[in-house]
Ligand binder design. Structure first.
Ligand code: GLA
Length: 390
């Protein structure tokens, strides 16, 4: 596990001085509400106890230097190159597009870059990349909270979430929504972040997993996924088409009563995409209600139904995700579903404490029997959002 202390030590080795401080940004698990964020709908993720740590020290000049535990390259750039209205293609590449994109996006939201000093930063992370746990939001939120402090910007967390999203959309080129950054910034220990992606109003709601003897098991299929290309953008386009044909600003404006008309007016594929969004929004609302009234042991059917909808209607699952979900369900999980953008990454299962090992073993065995690459299974705990560690 990455510790903030060891990140500070690595900084000292690289830059020959102690950092001003260490900040962290957690990854996230989305409990329910998939692909609803960019449809102005509802999501219910939580921040996890795996995070990206950034040790930082400001410099006397305009240079930014970034190093990491996960790459040998040290990125170096002048703040002047980021002090521009539009980024030209090719200005930012590779992993450093995420942290450098945040600097550019802070400027977009009103941070003056002209008077600020550059910095050295060392980055370390224990959020697995490509697992659907939002290692990208973890990195961007860690940088955003660090610069918010170091440059005394005083942006609120909702703005920092929009900064992260803009950086991902414009600097990285992934057309993602606001969910991941919101989870990383608003997360609270033992709570989920219930977010209305239209108003951006959020409320933290107690999950009570520990109190009810439950664990959240992540089953990382290690099937890689990339949001900048392919299926994710296609699904987004289908949703926009569905909204246009249904005559609404976004799919958020439709509910269960509109399904009949949608089926009549849309082609089969667009209808199924639309049905996923409509029913998934309803499942988020139902999950929050059931949690409050009956506790986490009662939300299993909603998690299971969400997976079926992603598999059959939105078609973003893969055989490895389906196998993980089905095996967890068959071995006594309360509920299970794939999480994140899909096409790979991780599935989650809500499992009673004493069955975690049994479920994890069964998933490993099932993958081996199917000839799939061995998955990685581990539990995560709902944790606090991004901030300064010391
Ligand atoms: C990715 C994106 C999010 C969201 C999910 C799907 O994680 O980054 O904005 O759209 O996929 O729910």
């Amino acid at each position: 596990m990455t510790s903030p202390r060891s990140t500070a030590d690595s900084f000292a080795v690289r830059y020959d001085s102690a950092p001003d401080g260490v900040w962290r940004g957690p990854g996230r698990v989305n409990l329910i509400g998939e692909h609803t964020d960019y449809n102005d709908g509802f999501v219910f993720p939580f921040a996890i106890d795996r995070s990206t740590a950034v040790a930082m020290r400001t410099r006397d000049d305009r240079v930014v230097r970034l190093s990491t535990d996960f790459s040998d390259t040290v990125a170096e750039i002048s703040l002047d190159a980021l002090d521009v209205d539009e980024l030209t293609a090719g200005t930012l590449n590779g992993w450093s597009a995420y942290p450098l994109g945040v600097i550019w996006a802070l400027r977009h939201f009103g941070a003056g870059l002209t008077g600020v000093r550059g910095f050295d930063a060392h980055i370390a992370s224990d959020v697995p990349a490509g697992a659907g746990l939002s290692s990208s939001a973890a990195l961007m939120c860690a940088i955003a909270v660090a610069l918010n402090d170091e440059w005394r910007l005083e942006f609120d967390r909702a703005t920092l979430a929009r900064v992260g999203q803009l950086a991902e959309n414009k600097a990285v080129g992934a057309p993602t929504g606001i969910m991941d950054e919101s989870a990383s910034l608003f997360g609270t220990r033992d709570h989920g972040v219930f977010l209305d992606c239209r108003s951006l109003d959020s409320e933290v709601i107690e999950l009570g997993f520990e109190k009810h003897g439950l664990e959240l098991l992540v089953m990382n299929t290690r099937v890689d996924h990339a949001h900048a290309t392919g299926g994710y953008a296609e699904r987004r386009a289908s949703c926009e088409k569905g909204a246009r044909l249904m005559g609404v600003p976004s799919l958020r404006d439709l509910d269960i009563d509109d399904l009949e008309r949608a089926e009549r007016e849309l082609d089969d594929e667009t209808f199924r995409r639309v049905r996923h969004i409509i029913t998934e929004n309803q499942r988020v609302l139902d999950t929050v209600r059931v949690l409050r009234t009956s506790g986490p042991s009662a939300i299993g059917d909603l998690l299971n139904a969400s997976h079926v909808s992603m598999r059959d209607d939105f078609e973003i699952s893969v055989p490895e995700l389906d196998l993980a979900v089905e095996t967890a369900q068959a071995n006594g999980a309360v509920g299970a579903r794939m999480t994140g953008g899909g096409f790979g990454g991780a599935a989650i299962a809500l499992v009673s404490h004493d069955r975690v090992e049994r479920v994890a073993d069964a998933v490993l065995r099932a993958f081996s029997d199917a000839g799939f690459r061995a998955p990685e299974c581990f539990t995560v705990h709902p944790s606090d959002g991004a901030g300064r560690v010391f």
